[in-house]
Design a protein around this ligand. Structure first.
Ligand code: PLP
Length: 387
């Protein structure tokens, strides 16, 4: 059996929406962006003015670092995350301060932030690892004490809720901004794409210009107002979101709740079928939270195995099962290790966890048969390689 790590759910709806956009003759940012934004605004219960579709989550982070004027300041970022916030901090001429994670949920460690913060630290970028909230109450208290800007890396968080509030509702959660990713493997996928959410009107106004070269009029408005002229009021970027991708999003969000139920069922089935394997620690959902079920990350209790995590992955691969590792910690990348002078010994929890983690397939089209096959394969590997 061949089971890919991820396969996006594509229905006739996506084909029809993309076809309509192609036929309309308008492929770049325009009316489909507005329609997709309206549907997201309804889903998140957030005003449309507080949302901006952009070309990726990475782009969204870059725009926010620029809008919040983080140049020359320090930014706290967890070690186990994707490289985007670190890279964008450096491109924004800020200094990323890499901090360790909490062992249970693999999210930013506030106690390590306490050790590494100084008077030049202006912002913190907590990640919704796998779709679980970080320790929101604790991070917000900490940020209040040190007057930090909180920009959530919510790349995995579309569908996550905390205390009944959907992530992305920044006013209610109490953060400055959130950024989602609609990359090909995320819970809502348009191939590439991202979304900024913030109730800060000044920031959203600035981003509405900087995301497209600092122009005061988008191409769509110029075309429809029959004027070729515009002013440039900011130094900006080229981070807009094309309507072809917005059409995929329009189709996806209409099926979103249905897909989330399927993901939840897969999550629960994994929990049930793998519960008796002592050599595996299963993921937990943080209290008062709804998980987005983006990743199902198991951890090997290495003391109980004769093999390491990489061998475990290659044995699954031999059985046709695709897996992944989220993430190689920042301090392990040669560029950032030297640039930021990072030492593995400063990140004991990240390093332990990194050697244990394996992300298993989880997506709406994963069948019960495939799911059973994955779990049976894991059980066989456990029987053969347990100590
Ligand atoms: C935690 C995290 N942050 C940021 C990103 C970047 O998202 P994008 O590819 O939309 O820029 C990703 C993508 O994989 C991610 O997993």
């Amino acid at each position: 059996m061949k089971i890919p790590f991820y396969k996006p759910p594509i229905t006739l709806r996506e084909y029809i929406e993309v076809f309509k956009t192609l036929k309309s003759g308008w492929l770049t940012t325009g009316v489909k962006n507005k329609e997709f934004t309206r549907l997201i605004s309804k889903y998140l219960s957030v005003n449309e003015e507080n949302l901006k579709l952009v070309s990726s989550c990475t782009a969204g982070l870059h725009l926010l670092f620029d809008a919040f004027e983080l140049k020359n300041s320090k930014i706290l970022i967890p070690s186990v995350t994707f490289i985007s916030p670190v890279e964008m901090a450096i491109l924004s001429q800020a200094k990323p301060i890499i901090v360790d994670i909490e062992e249970e949920y693999l999210t930013i460690s506030v106690s390590d932030c306490e050790k590494k913060i100084d008077k030049n630290t202006k912002a913190i970028i907590p990640t919704y690892y796998g779709g679980n909230p970080y320790d929101i109450d604790n991070v917000l208290n900490f940020s209040k004490n040190y007057n930090l800007i909180v920009i959530e890396d919510a790349a995995h968080g579309f569908g996550t809720e905390y205390k009944g509030i959907k992530i992305g509702n920044t006013a209610k959660i109490g953060v400055d901004a959130s950024v989602f990713s609609f990359y090909a493997t995320k819970t809502l996928q348009t191939g590439e794409g991202g979304l900024i959410s913030s109730h800060n009107a000044y920031i959203m106004d600035k981003i509405s210009k900087t995301y497209l070269h600092g122009m005061d009029k988008e191409a769509w408005k110029r075309y429809h107002q029959n004027t070729p002229f515009y002013d440039i009021t900011e130094i900006g970027f080229k981070y807009n979101f094309p309507d072809i991708l917005a059409s995929i999003g329009i189709a996806q969000i209409k099926n979103f709740e249905y897909y989330q139920k399927k993901r939840e069922k897969i999550w629960k089935t994994y929990q049930y079928l793998l519960k008796d394997i002592e050599g595996i620690k299963l993921p937990k959902i943080r209290q008062n939270s709804k998980h987005s079920y983006h990743l199902f990350v198991i951890r090997l209790n290495l003391e109980m195995w004769k093999i390491d995590r990489n061998k475990f992955i290659s044995l699954l691969s031999e059985k046709g099962i695709g897996t992944s590792v989220h993430f190689t910690p920042v301090y392990r990348f040669s560029k950032y290790k030297s640039l930021l002078n990072l030492k593995i010994s400063d990140f004991p929890i990240s390093e332990k966890v990194f050697n244990e983690i394996v992300s298993l397939p989880i997506y709406p089209d994963l069948s019960s048969k495939q799911l059973e096959y994955i779990c049976e394969s894991i059980k066989k590997i456990w029987k053969e390689f347990r100590k």
